[in-house]
Design a protein around this ligand. Structure first.
Ligand code: AQP
Length: 326
């Protein structure tokens, strides 16, 4: 059985981009793999966080994992900071990475904006991500396609260490969906949908009320041409909405285009509101149940124990190869 690892930062409520690009895959992969899903709280402090809010968000994301369909009995759900191996391996990999390759990471360039006061943690983020993945002898990493460059770096680091110190790490592969791998902002469809974007109308969170979902979709940026047609270059807004429609409904984009031939954006958007509200309603309901249950902390404790049981022998192997310890 292949081993799967992925994580989400507790930096706010998850949006439909996180869901359609990553979490939907997390759920599907449970049927064919051994899955480990982490709430990567140490990643989130690469930018300042309010401590109380961070703890709350960590529990929120864990509850959302369960609410979208991750089964804590079959899969491991835990918080990154509860397993010491992530920080340990991070340092070992830091010493095998180059400042040149890290400075080429587009996420770092975007988030640091070239400022001298950019946190060093932002620069090191991809190495910690590599540590998360390699710590579990991971075969497959399901992520959105904004993470492609980080997965490449993880593979490079694994190969580099294996070549220098002998077989140490499993070289993982990224898993990206054909449709939904990059959901774009609703009000600025050339930028990706993001938790930290200022505008609330740029995204739909999994826990949004139907009225907010309606407002965001009805106001979503489109174009003046009028046809419901998939054309990312010339019609980025409507193409993004078509992707969302297709991902939630399971219908092919070509089929949807046909359904709306000769009809305006208004009809299409109204139907998309219904489809989105219906898809998110059971997630929201289940979230409330899990988030308010004492079971949630027990799930995370059990998950950390099971994750640690995999991580400790991998870390022993790493120390042995590098000559660390006595
Ligand atoms: N817009 C997106 N479309 C598809 N997939 C996406 N992901 C993120 N945005 C989109 C995928 O969701 C997973 C979890 O992401 P994350 O929270 O760890 O970090 P992120 O990629 O930085 O997501 P955000 O929403 O943009 O957060 P902030 O604003 O806090 O930086 C990953 O698999 C990611 O690919």
């Amino acid at each position: 059985m292949k081993r799967v690892f992925s994580g989400v930062q507790p930096t706010g409520n998850l949006h439909i981009g996180n869901y359609l690009g990553a979490l939907k895959q997390f759920v599907e992969l449970q049927d064919e793999s051994e899955c480990i899903y982490c709430v990567v709280d140490m990643h989130s402090i690469t930018v300042p966080q309010d401590p109380k809010e961070l703890k709350k968000h960590t529990l929120d994301i864990a509850a959302l994992y369960v609410a979208v369909g991750i089964d804590p009995k079959r899969s491991i759900i835990f918080a990154q900071s509860e397993v010491a191996g992530h920080a340990e391996l991070n340092w070992v990999l830091t010493c095998s990475s180059y400042t040149g390759e890290l400075s080429r990471m587009t996420q770092y360039k975007q988030k640091s904006r070239g400022e001298e006061s950019a946190p060093a943690g932002l620069f090191m983020y991809p190495v910690l991500m590599a540590a998360d993945i390699l710590l579990y002898d991971t075969d497959i990493v399901p992520v959105g396609d904004d993470q492609k460059q980080h997965i490449e770096l993880t593979r490079d680091l694994a190969i580099r260490v294996n070549n220098k110190y002998g077989e140490t790490f499993v070289v993982p592969e990224g898993r990206f969906l054909k449709s939904g791998a990059r959901i774009m902002s609703l009000d600025e469809p050339t930028a990706k949908m993001s938790k930290s974007a200022e505008s609330e109308m740029s995204r739909i969170s999994l826990l949004d009320e139907p009225s907010k979902i309606k407002k965001a979709i009805m106001r979503a940026t489109t174009d003046s041409e009028g046809g419901v047609r998939f054309d990312v270059e010339n019609k980025p807004g409507i193409s993004n909405l078509l992707t969302i429609y297709s991902s939630f409904s399971g219908k092919d984009i070509a089929e949807i285009e046909k359904d709306y031939e000769g009809r305006g954006y208004g009809d299409f958007k109204k139907d998309l509101v219904t489809i989105t509200v219906d898809a998110l309603a059971p997630i929201k309901k289940r979230f409330e149940e899990v988030r308010n249950s004492p079971e949630l902390v027990a799930i995370l404790k059990d998950g950390a124990e099971r994750a640690n049981a995999i991580a400790v022998p991998v870390m022993e192997r790493v120390k042995e190869r590098f000559g660390l310890g006595i």
